[in-house]
Design a binder for this molecule. Structure first.
Ligand code: SAM
Length: 262
């Protein structure tokens, strides 16, 4: 029944029913939700989600998997498959075209492009109600890391400025076929409400965060010297001798605002 999993597509199929059930329970889709799954593969999550939600839109890059998926799903509910690279799918347009305020997204993500997928979703966060993703455990730990931690970095700041990050549970490698070389974890991301969002220019925040963590062992005055001088850093209420890993996400927003005004 199942094809040989393709490494190049990051295919590790979930087969342990206990973890599948925990993801469905954590997400708790309702029949009036617009549920989108990234990378349905052979349907390990698709079929249980369909059974609860009644309908689902799935985005799969590997066209070889789609006929099998369609036939397995036929009895479970209404499945619409988009044959595409998820990075090219415009979630904002999808919500608009279907007349729904926001999407609920789930997926056991292909790990080779997990960060680009996360940033792509963040770009469309206003059209998303929540996301439940299986990722490398180490990536989930970095997403949720707090200032002062060695693993706090660009991913932590950029995600925490856009979403509430809730690590849910770890998943061992044996739960997949074939087992990946790393441990995994499921995380829930809930985009912040409009009043919780910062009002700096996204490209300014991006530039500051990138430069600050590009040289994380240097002081900010050193790491940011191509962008702003020590006086400008002080105007954001930040000590120029501090290092990026000690700053809270909103500190980067203040730096971005001063930078934008230079
Ligand atoms: N959901 C299935 C499961 O849990 O068993 C499969 C998960 S597997 C880790 C990742 C899935 O994402 C594969 O089906 C793979 O073909 C698909 N995929 C890989 N790259 C993709 C991309 N750029 N866009 C959409 N799907 C992709």
């Amino acid at each position: 029944m199942s094809a040989r999993p393709k490494k190049s597509f990051g295919q590790h199929f979930l087969h342990d029913r206990r973890y599948i059930d925990r993801i469905v329970t954590a997400m708790a889709p309702r029949t009036d939700d617009f549920v989108v799954e990234i990378g349905p593969g052979e349907g390990a999550l698709t079929l249980p989600l369909l059974a609860v939600a009644g309908k689902l839109t799935a985005i799969e890059l590997d066209t070889d998997l789609i006929p099998g998926l369609q036939s397995r799903a036929a009895a479970a509910g209404e499945l619409h498959v988009i044959e595409a690279d998820v990075l090219k799918v415009n979630f904002t347009a999808m919500a608009h075209d279907h007349g729904v305020p926001r999407l609920r997204i789930a997926g056991n993500l292909p790990y080779y492009i997990s960060s680009p997928i996360l940033f792509h979703c963040v770009d469309h966060a206003a059209a998303i109600q929540d996301m439940h993703f299986m990722l490398q455990k180490e990536v989930v730990d970095r997403m949720a890391a707090e200032p002062g931690s060695k693993i706090y970095g660009r991913l932590s700041v950029m995600l925490q400025l856009a979403c509430r990050v809730e690590p849910l549970f770890y998943v061992p490698a044996e739960a997949f076929r074939p087992p990946p070389k790393v441990e995994s974890a499921v995380v829930r991301l809930v985009p912040l409400a409009p009043h919780e969002l910062h009002d700096a220019e996204p490209q300014h925040v991006y530039a500051i965060v990138k430069a600050a963590f590009g040289q994380r062992r240097k002081t900010l005055s050193n790491a940011l010297k191509q962008l702003m001088d020590s006086d400008a850093i002080r105007r954001a209420d930040i000590d120029p001798k501090a290092r990026a890993e000690t700053l809270a996400p909103m500190d980067f927003v203040r730096l971005a605002k001063v930078y934008g005004a230079l």
